[in-house]
Design a protein around this ligand. Structure first.
Ligand SMILES: [Zn+2]
Length: 214
C-alpha cells in the first residue's frame, strides 16, 4: 500500500508493517492526550493512525469531538481541498492533529535532555540578547555567568547568542557588559523541544489542548 506525500520529511530507515506505510505527512507530529485529555506526548501521523486503527485511540478535532476509526474515515470523506490526508487504495483519511488514548491515564515524567540541540530549540534559534536570527551555523551558546566566574552549564545559565553578542559579552557578566537578556533562561517544558515536528496549523490546534502547559 502507498500513501500520498506532501512534505520532504526525513525518511526512516525501516518502516514497520502498517496499513499506513508511506512518507511525508505520515511523519508530521500528532499531539497525544491521555484518557483524561492531558497532553503527554507527540507521535507521528502514522503511529497515531495505527493506534486509531487498533481502537487504542480516537482522533480529536479542534471542536473537541472524538472519532473512532470508522467515524474518522466517514468524516474524512468531507475533507475540503487542501487539507492533508493519507490515501491507501481502499480509503482516504484526513491526517489527525490530536488523538486521545482510550486506556492510558498516566502522565509520564518528561525531562528535556540538556544538550546543544535542545538549547537551540528552547531559544528558537534566536539570539537571547539582540533577538537576531542569523543562519543556524552563526549561532553560539553563551554562559550568562561566564564559566571563568564559576557559571554552570545548566538550563538557567546558558542561552543562544549571535556571534556579535557573544563576542561583545566575552568573559563579562551581564552588568559588566551592560547587556540584557530577552528572557530569563530556564529548563524548557518537554513540548517546547518538540515543536519542530509541527507546522503552524498543528501548533494552533495543539494550543487548545495545552492549557498553559508551555
Ligand atoms: Zn545578538
Amino acid at each position: 500500500m502507498s500513501a500520498t506525500t506532501h512534505s520532504d520529511s526525513p525518511q526512516e530507515a525501516a518502516d514497520p508493517p502498517s496499513p499506513f506505510n508511506g512518507r511525508g505527512v505520515l511523519h508530521r507530529g500528532v499531539l497525544v492526550l491521555n484518557r483524561q485529555w492531558m497532553a503527554i506526548h507527540v507521535c507521528t501521523v502514522r503511529r497515531a493512525l495505527s493506534l486509531v486503527f487498533q481502537d487504542l485511540a480516537r482522533v480529536v478535532t479542534e471542536d473537541y469531538r472524538a472519532y473512532d476509526f470508522e467515524a474518522w474515515r466517514d468524516f474524512s470523506m468531507t475533507t475540503p481541498d487542501g487539507v492533508p490526508h493519507v490515501r491507501t487504495p481502499n480509503f482516504s483519511l484526513r491526517t489527525p492533529q490530536v488523538i486521545v488514548l482510550s486506556r492510558y491515564s498516566r502522565v509520564p515524567p518528561r525531562r528535556v535532555r540538556f544538550n546543544r540541540r535542545n538549547i537551540f530549540l528552547r531559544d528558537a534559534f534566536t539570539c537571547q540578547y539582540c533577538e537576531a536570527r542569523p543562519p543556524h551555523g552563526d549561532l553560539t551558546i553563551d554562559h550568562v555567568v561566564p564559566r571563568s566566574r564559576g557559571g554552570a552549564s545548566s538550563w538557567d545559565n546558558v542561552v543562544v547568542a549571535c556571534m556579535n553578542c557573544n563576542t561583545r559579552k566575552g568573559g563579562l557578566t551581564l552588568e559588566e557588559a551592560a547587556m540584557k537578556l530577552v528572557a530569563r533562561p530556564k529548563a524548557p517544558h518537554w513540548l517546547a523541544c518538540l515543536h519542530f515536528t509541527a507546522g503552524p496549523t498543528e501548533r494552533a490546534v495543539w494550543k487548545r489542548f495545552l492549557d498553559g502547559a508551555i
